[in-house]
Design a binder for this molecule. Sequence first.
Ligand code: KG4
Ligand code: ZN
Length: 347
Amino acid sequence: MKILGIESSCDETAASVVQDGRILLSNVINSQIDIHAVYGGVVPEVAARSHIEVINPVINQALTEANATWDDIDAIAVTYAPGLIGSLLVGTLAARTLAVLKNKPLYPIHHVEAHVYANFLNKSQPKFPILALIVSGGHCQLVLFRDHGDYELLGQTQDDAVGEAFDKVAKIIGLPYPGGPSIASAAMHGNPTAYHLPKAKLSGKYDFSFSGLKTAVLRAVQREVGVDFTFPSSGLAERLNDVQRHDFAASFQRIAIETLVDKTKKAFYDYSPNSVVIAGGVAANQELRRILSQQIPLPIEYAPMNLCTDNAAMVATLGYYYAQKKQPTSPFELEVIPSLSMTKTNW
Ligand code: KG4
Ligand code: ZN
């Protein structure tokens, strides 16, 4: 079964063809990072317009690279939730139109759930129960998957997602957007214990919080450059030298990773899963992979870098498993849901 996946929930326009939920035939990703880097973050209106410009060429390229015609495609899977409303609309409208025109079944896919399915591609399959640490620019949660479509949300961030914290801290210390990769590379030159930053204590056993850490970095930078807390964050970066910048990157990254690892470890010993996977954009972080592997006595599973950040291969892969259990949705009725927690998507 060959599924065409379509993804446009944030700032990547992507299409991919996946066979039987595990063989990647094509994976086309048009990233808007350069467009949004100018603003230091994603501008929703700009993102939606850019999706409109490239969605058709991206889909055509995915078919060409897979050596597939429409006759070869058995179904279409598309991200319908969660994400930016204007961005989601472009992908879902393209998918709905193609489903009608080409007479293909249509499957609606939850973006955060799909991130986990990047781990089912091109390699040995994770074994249930799977403990998944899902860490991206919009999400930070620990989920226990008992089976396909049968999962339990164990904990989640109470404020910022961890990727969002990387992006915001990068802006404060003067590193380019997206902050995750730029903090990770700056941190390689820095001292991770140079600055003392606090770890959030939360009542929820597996919950996270990152906004206090971000504020702690802000206050520490203000102290370091000799200004008080009223000094605007936008003027701080130019007062830091490279040694301080690298030390802040490394100190922040250390605490952010320890926070993720502490909670994942707790959940691991409480639930004894057969596999542990990290998914989402922040799963691309090498230091997170290294520390987690040291702390957990199972091989940690993660996808290659280009399948950790947003892509449509993960959407097509989840679409395959979804199609085994569920009826397709009507292309005339599918609506986007910009904020839909994973707890509400049981299938
Ligand atoms: O999954 P993703 O592509 O988009 C969302 O669904 O949010 O994740 C993007 C996030 C951004 O916040 C980015 O800074 C972060 O993933 N990220 C990283 C790394 N690469 C991307 N964070 C830490 N280390 C990285 N190497
Ligand atoms: Zn994502």
